[in-house]
Design a protein around this ligand. Structure first.
Ligand code: HEC
Length: 223
């Protein structure tokens, strides 16, 4: 998103408020604001996010238009587990109720970033990313904060794992009609039902495990 587009969207929002019948007077009750001419309104409207064209295809990202991938990305945006201390997510700095920025002079994650957090509205339409334009696609941009020491300070090896059996999350054994969740060591037969969504035994065990770990952490913290 260009700066202009964001400013445009804000101005568009103000116009909507004006159109809703609120008097165009500032809070001090001083001079009324000069009205916009139709040409000015059109110019401001042309800068609104809603006026952007459909996104062009991204030849460097075959998942770009996959709604499931977009849903996963939206989930990960809020997932603190991808940070070294389990407390920082993208949304820690890119606050959804602050136009995806944080009002701070420098972003604060595990450390202090050396630049200001950028607002993200309309980011998909941008050609270059970061203040200095050092990234040319959203996917390559998103790889940086996860490992940047001042942001999430994660480590891709820790996130992906080694592929050892003990590291696997869940194994689907088709010949033996069996599913094992390695995190909680639960095994169940009846693959078709499980694949159709019968995951209750697994989620119950995962929930119990999560609760146990939280209690453990809390008691460590207290001691
Ligand atoms: C510690 C705070 C922090 C965290 C956590 C963080 N960011 Fe950022 N983000 C920043 C800062 C600071 C910049 C500007 C950095 C620069 O220009 O060098 C930025 C820039 C960006 C940009 C570029 C926007 C543009 O207009 O060019 C995108 C996109 C972005 N972040 C997405 C993400 C995503 C996705 C995550 C999570 C994987 C994330 N950020 C995590 C602070 C953060």
């Amino acid at each position: 998103m260009g700066r202009g587009r964001f400013v445009g969207a804000t101005a568009g929002g103000l116009l909507l408020i004006a159109a809703a019948g609120l008097p165009a007077v500032n809070s001090l009750g001083a001079e009324p604001q000069p009205p916009f001419t139709p040409a000015e309104r059109a110019a401001i409207g042309s800068l609104a996010l809603a006026a952007l064209p459909p996104l062009p295809a991204d030849p460097t990202n075959r998942f770009a238009d996959d709604p499931a991938a977009a849903a996963l990305g939206a989930t990960l945006f809020f997932d603190q587990r991808l940070s070294a201390n389990g407390k920082v997510a993208c949304a820690t700095c890119h606050k959804i109720d602050r136009q995806f920025q944080d009002d701070l002079p420098l972003g604060e994650g595990l450390g202090t970033a050396n630049r200001r957090t950028m607002p993200l509205a309309g980011a998909a339409w941008k050609r270059w990313f970061f203040w200095d334009g050092r990234k040319d696609s959203l996917w390559s941009q998103a790889l940086s904060p996860l490992e940047n020491a001042a942001e999430q300070a994660g480590n891709r090896k820790a996130q992906v794992g080694t592929g050892e059996r003990s590291e696997k999350i869940r194994t689907y054994n088709f010949p033996q009609d069996r599913v094992t969740d390695h995190r909680v060591k639960v095994t169940k037969n009846g693959l078709p039902a499980i694949l159709a969504g019968d995951l209750d035994d697994f989620t119950a065990a995962l929930e119990a495990d999560e609760k146990r770990r939280k209690l453990e952490q809390a008691s460590v913290g207290a001691g």
